[in-house]
Design a protein around this ligand. Sequence first.
Ligand code: FEO
Ligand code: CA
Ligand code: CA
Ligand code: CA
Length: 690
Amino acid sequence: MSKEIFNPKRFNKSDNPDFDQVLESHLSRRNIIKGGLGLGAMATFATFGLAGCNSSSSSSAATDTLTPTTPATPTASSARLGFNSIAGSKIDAVSVPEGYTAQVLAPWGQPIKSGGSAWQEDGSNNAIDQANSMGMHHDGLHFFPLNDDGTDGLLCVNHEYIDQNALHPNGSDKDADGIRTSVDQVRKEINAHGVAVVRIKLVDNEWQVVDNDPLNRRYTGATTMTISGPLAHSDKLITPFSPDGSQARGTLNNCGNGYTPWGTYLTCEENWPGYFINTGETTEDQERIGIDTSGTTRYGWETVAGSTQERVDEFGRFNVTPTGTSALDDYRNEANGHGYIVEIDPYTANSRAVKRTALGRFRHEGCTVGKLTEGKPITFYSGHDSRFEYMYKFVSDALWDPADANPTDRLATGDKYMDAGTLYVAKFDADGVGTWLPLTLDSVTKEGGTLGDKFASLADIILNTAGAADLVGATPMDRPEWCAVDPFTGSVYLTLTNNTRRNETTGTNPANPRLNNKFGHVIRWDEGDNHTEFSWDIFVFGSDAAGDALTNLSGLDEFNQFASPDGLAFDQRGIMWIQTDNGADEVENYTNDQMLAVVPSALTDEEGNQQTINSENQGELRRFFVGPNGCEVTGFTITPDYTTMFVSIQHPGNWPYSSNAAQATPSGMTVRPRASVVAIRKADGGALGV
Ligand code: FEO
Ligand code: CA
Ligand code: CA
Ligand code: CA
C-alpha cells in the first residue's frame, strides 16, 4: 500500500503488555530451542530410517538396521543463489541481474474480455471498459498452470487500490465539498478494484495475454460473493441486498494473496474500513477497526448515492449509518461483509468467489498455508497490517488428505478446510518461545473471564477479531505484512514492515525490540508439537548500510541494505524472496523499492541449526531486482519449472515506457503510469535465481 495515501492509523487502544527492550537475546535463543527440537526430530527420523540424508554418523548407524520405505525428505535446500547482488538504482525502469530480461505484462487497463475498448493513454476509458480490463495497482498474484511445461496458465492478480489522477483524464471529479459529480467515474473506480483472472501464454519467449479467453474474468468492488463460515446467514450480514445474510458485494483493497493446495486463489481484504462511513451510532467492532464517522470515505463513492443513475443502492451501501428501523431498511451491515480472506477457483469460468469468515475479520495482508502433513490439520497464517496489530493463524478441523490436491469441486474442498476450525492470535514471549491464544467462547481473557462473557457467539468474535485478541493478551506487532513458509523446514517467516510510532510510551517487546522502527524486520517461528506453542527468533533487521550498531543489527552492506520488508514468498526450491515498500530515507536515497533473495535453510551452523542474518553470512542475502521510481515491488509467483517469475509493480511514477520493463522512460518524457505485472526470465531460458 502507498505510504502516502494509506498510512495505517493506530486503532489498537488495548493495553496488552509491552516488555523491556531486548536486543541481544533474541538472536540466539531460538537456535538453542531449535537445537532441542531438532534432537527430537532426529530421533523420529531414525525410527523410519534416514536414507540419503547428509546426517551424522549416529543416524547413519540407525539406517544400517532399518529398511527405508520412502526417501527421506531433505531438511535443507540444496539451492544456491547463482547471481551477484545488483546495485541499487533510482530510474524509471526496473533493474535485473546480468543475463536476465524483464517484460511488462498485463498492465492496468489492458482488456482481457470483449465488451470494452482498448486502453486509452488519455485516461478516457469508461466504467464498462474498466470492468473488462486489468484493474489498477497490482499487488499479490499467483500463476496457476494449464500445461506441464509452464508455458500456459492463469494469472490471478490483486488490484489493491487506485490513483484517481492516473485513472481519469484530469483526476477526481469532486466538487469543493468533496461530492463526486460523475457516476461513471465512481463506477470506473469500483471496477478498477478487486482481482483479475487472466490466461497467459509464452510465445517465442514473450508472455502474451490470451484476450477474451473463457476463463478470463474480473472480480470487482461490486461483484456478488458468497459468505461462508461462521458469519454465513448471520443477522449481522443482513442487508437489503442480501436479506438472508448469505452474500456480500465486492472485494476491496486486495493486498497480499495466498493459494491453496487444492488449486484455488486466496485474495486478502486489507484497508477496507476506509471505504465505509458511519455518521450515526457506531458499533464496537467499527470503533475498534476504525470506520470513519465524519467527512467522506476514501474516494467519496457514497456521495453519489441517490443519483437517478444509481442501481440497487450501489453507492449508498458504502454509508453504513443506521437510518431505518432494521437491517433490512439501510446498509448498517454492509461493512460486515468485508475484511475477509476470499477464495476464488481460477479454473472454473464464472465461479463465484467465497468469503471465508472463519479466518477472521481484520485488515488481512496475506494468507499463507503452512507446511502440509497428511492426517494433520491445515494451518493458514495471516497478519493484520496496522501499527500495534496482531499475527493470526487458523487451524482447520479437517485433517489433510492428499487426495484433496486434485478435487472435482475446488470450492467444496475450501468448505472442508476453511469453514470450520480454530482461530488463534500470537503472543511472543521474552525467552524465544510463544503461545497461540485461541479466539473461542471459552478462551480465558487477561482479566480471568472468558470471551464468552463478552461475545454471544463465534460469529460475534470473528466480527470483532481484533477486539477479541485485545482481551486475551496478544502481542502488538510492528505491522504484520506477508508470511511465507520454508518448504524444507516448515519455519514460518513474517515481515514486520515498520512502526515509527513505537516509542518510549508504547514501549517495545521482545518480538518488536526497536524504538522508532523505521526499517522493519523479518521474524520467524517454528510450530511446536501442539497448536499452541512455538519458538521464534528475528531472521533479519532492515537497515541502511551506514546504520549504527543499534540499527544495522544484521550487518547489511550496500548490496543488501533494505527497509520496510513487505512482500515475502518462498519458491519450492527453498529460496525466500523479500520485497520492500520503503519508508526510510536512508535507503530510499540509495535505491528504489527492491526484491532480495536468500536461502534460509542453507544458513546453518556446524550442528545444523538455522542461523539468522549476521555480519558473517549477510552476503547470502542478495538484491535481485529493483523497481522503477515511485513504485512498490510486491507479489511473487514463479512457473513450476522456475523459468519465469512474475512480480507486481504498484504505483510507479513515470513507467512503463515500453514492453521492455528495463527500458527507461526517456528523460523529459511523461507517461501515464500503469501498475503492471513484470515477467522476469533468463535470456537463456534457464531456471531463475540459481
Ligand atoms: Fe497493502 Fe500492508 O500492504
Ligand atoms: Ca506495505
Ligand atoms: Ca501494496
Ligand atoms: Ca503489502
